[in-house]
Design a protein around this ligand. Structure first.
Ligand code: ADP
Length: 403
């Protein structure tokens, strides 16, 4: 089945066209600066050149329409007609407590997503806009929603309930949800395939380290704890998000600086984490360059970043009881030997032994980077959330999987 996956952010629409029979990418790209001046759309075929075009994209509907029409341009030779797109899979950030798995999109599902907007005010609105735009442009094409939170719905109560008045959970559904679920699911399953072990018998810690970052404890194929919480702000240090801090700090800063809720939200989401500590960049490549040049703040940012990861590896090793595998993924996890090494150095007594030679220079490739005698295997697995979205979409649309 040919499935188009769409991932709508506030000003971007990322897409991939996937043949689920062969699991091959047919095309991928993104519409950027949607609703702004200087919008661009690009398309790339595997092994081919990236084509970038400036265009006017006033809203997500225009962006999705432009993507779909690009895919059928005769000179690009990707698709002959729109009829070849058999289904669309949408990435949806927050499924709340309602969606524990992927779901066929109907008007009722869209309404439930709208009802849940207050749980993810930054992320779900563009997802919903994207769904409605795609439904308007291709009304006869079946669509499926795949949720970032779904993989984590197996967490036990003691991992997802916060120690605040329980009535607030009942009233506002304030609990840990966790995000990046599709990525954690994919790399956990793929790591087991690479190691030729059964997922149902294996315990892993998966580390998704991109601009956003999270760690998940996976017991026998199921998420049992994860570092992101009610929102994607909790847990590890991220590019611009603070991760775990003492909640009283927020109250103190708001009081001292006389800032509003909105400003406090921006401070923690956009000006904290790596950019906040280094004062220079949220991008790990820049920080690594600065670190090599001896920049003190960049070193501190990297030290805090990797120390936090190490602490969670320890915590999740304890939560799991027995640990078999640690997996690194996403932009930083896949590409940074330095961050991988600093995150697990000194953990030999936990059975985690890095093979420096295997780790050094390894970028964007599946590989085992632990020593042969390491009781806990350490792997790098490039993530592929779109493949999971496409496969789930095909299974639900063809009736092989119920939604
Ligand atoms: P997103 O969460 O936006 O999908 P990515 O998964 O693409 O982000 O990760 C982006 C991060 O990956 C950035 O901090 C970037 O610097 C980092 N990154 C990409 N390539 C490298 C590299 N070669 N070395 C270190 N960090 C890298």
């Amino acid at each position: 089945m040919i499935v188009l996956t769409l991932n709508c952010g506030s000003s971007t629409v990322k897409y991939k066209l996937i043949d689920t029979e062969t699991q091959n990418n047919l095309a991928m790209g993104k519409a950027d600066r949607v609703g702004m001046m200087g919008a661009v759309i690009d398309v790339e075929r595997p092994g081919g050149e990236k084509i970038v075009r400036e265009t006017e994209l006033l809203d997500h509907a225009m962006a999705i329409s432009a993507i779909i029409h690009l895919l059928v341009e005769p000179q690009l030779g990707i698709l002959k007609s729109l009829n070849e797109i058999q289904a669309i899979g949408h990435r949806v950030v927050h499924g709340g407590e309602t969606f524990t798995g992927s779901v066929r999109i109907t008007d009722a599902v869209v309404q439930t997503l709208k009802d849940n907007i207050q749980l993810a005010p930054l992320h779900n609105p563009p997802n919903i806009v994207g769904i409605e735009a795609a439904m308007a442009i291709l009304p006869d094409v079946p669509m499926v929603g795949v949720f970032d939170t779904a993989f984590h719905t197996t967490m036990p109560e003691h991992a997802y309930i916060y120690p605040i008045p329980y009535a607030l959970y009942k009233k506002y559904a304030i609990r840990r949800y966790g995000f990046h679920g599709t990525s954690h699911f994919y790399v956990a399953r793929r790591a087991c395939e690479i190691l030729k072990v059964k997922g149902s018998e294996t315990n892993l810690i998966t580390l998704h380290l991109g601009n956003g970052a999270s760690a998940t404890a996976v017991r026998k194929g199921k998420s049992v704890d994860t570092t992101m919480g009610f929102t994607p702000l909790e847990g590890l240090v991220m590019g611009t998000r603070c991760g775990d801090i003492d909640p009283a700090i927020i109250i103190h800063i708001m009081d001292q600086e006389k800032i509003s809720v909105r400003e406090a939200n921006n401070l923690l989401n956009k000006f904290s984490g790596l950019i906040g500590i280094s004062g220079k960049s949220s991008d790990m490549r820049d920080l690594e360059d600065l670190y090599q040049q001896g920049d003190k703040q960049a070193r501190l940012a990297i030290d805090i970043y990797t120390y936090r990861i190490k602490k969670y590896i320890g915590a999740y090793a304890a939560a799991l009881g027995q640990l078999d595998c640690v997996v690194f993924t996403a932009g930083i996890g896949e590409n940074s030997p330095l961050i991988r090494e600093k995150s697990i150095e000194g953990l030999d007594r936990l059975g985690i032994k890095l093979d420096k030679k295997r780790n050094d220079g390894l970028r964007a490739k599946e590989a085992v980077i632990s020593t042969d005698d390491s009781p806990v295997k350490v792997l790098v697995v490039p993530t592929n959330e779109e493949l999971v979205i496409a496969m789930d979409t095909a299974e639900i649309v063809s009736g092989q999987k119920s939604s």
